[in-house]
Write a protein that binds this ligand. Structure first.
Ligand SMILES: O=C(O)CCC(=O)C(=O)O
Length: 281
């Protein structure tokens, strides 16, 4: 294993999507090239459903196999051409037995698929006077945790609604993760209420970086995304946040902060697991 490098530059691409898949891929490609040319990041992150509109009626139509589909091939080629890691947001994945998943692919600078995370918790909610959404109408949940390792740092992957589940983040913490990345598309009901709160909560609970990447807001879309892609540090401070429009957020993450926070406020080793073990019934 490489000696861990302390600083990692991230570029979060908050992209404006549309119903035109070719245009979405073209826009993502252009923004990836611009980010690399302008900022030389080690890792680029894309939004949830970056190649399609977010909505259960669209998932089947836009679904592709991984890694042979055109969205995967586009990201693979770009990662290789630009020599960068890409956490490729999500796309609807056509799996076996006609099952569709909401899936994040991760690409190495050599263009290889190094991980694939299928959203574990499907977004099924009904907020009176706010929003009703039922991903389970068309999607199947994934059953596997996904940890990648870049420059000696373990990073756990989740997708949007997954961020609400502290137990999942704790599993990643137990496995030694120093960062969690969630492509996500909160909305105008839950975004203002919970988007930043959840990121700061997961960062604070687990003393690690939390990174989210949302689509840009489009008031004309069926589902209006909140935007505000952000990076939160292990103190639970917001390091940088996008507004609602199309934007690239560049942050130099300093992994030495993870250990500093864990030493100064050692809650992990102070847990009274002799008294409570929340994984047991
Ligand atoms: O949890 C929320 O409020 C939003 C979740 C969501 O939009 C998603 O899982 O795609």
């Amino acid at each position: 294993m490489n000696a861990a490098k302390t600083i990692m530059r991230l570029a979060l691409l908050q992209l404006k999507g549309s119903k035109d898949k070719a245009a979405n891929l073209q826009n993502a490609s252009q923004k990836i090239r611009e980010a690399v040319q302008g900022h030389k990041p080690r890792l680029i992150t894309l939004p949830e459903c970056f190649n399609c509109p977010y909505g259960t009626k669209y998932f089947r139509e836009y679904a592709e196999t991984i890694p042979n589909g055109e969205s995967s091939q586009t990201l693979s080629k770009l990662a290789k051409e630009m020599g960068v890691y890409i956490v490729g947001g999500t796309i609807p994945e056509m799996g076996d037995n006609d099952k569709i998943y909401n899936t994040c692919t991760v690409w190495s600078p050599e263009g290889s698929l190094i991980a694939k995370h299928r959203k574990m918790h499907l977004f099924d909610i009904d907020v009176k006077g706010g929003i009703r959404f039922k991903e389970s109408e068309t999607l199947t949940a994934g059953n596997e945790f996904t940890i990648i390792e870049i420059d000696g740092h373990k990073i756990g992957i989740g997708i949007c609604y997954d961020i609400r589940f502290e137990e999942m983040a704790k599993v990643y913490r137990n496995e030694g993760c120093e960062m969690l990345i969630y492509p996500g598309a909160f909305n105008m009901t839950t975004g203002p209420l919970h988007w930043e709160l959840l990121q700061r909560s997961r960062a604070n609970d687990n003393q690690l970086y939390v990174v989210t990447t949302s689509p840009a807001r489009d008031e004309t879309a069926d589902y209006v995304a909140y935007g505000h892609s952000m990076v939160v540090d292990p103190w639970a401070k917001v390091v940088k946040s996008a507004k609602e429009g199309e934007e690239t957020v560049v942050v130099d993450v300093d992994f030495s902060l993870v250990e500093q926070v864990r030493q100064q406020i050692p809650v992990y080793s102070q847990r009274r697991v002799d008294l409570y073990n929340t994984t047991k019934k």
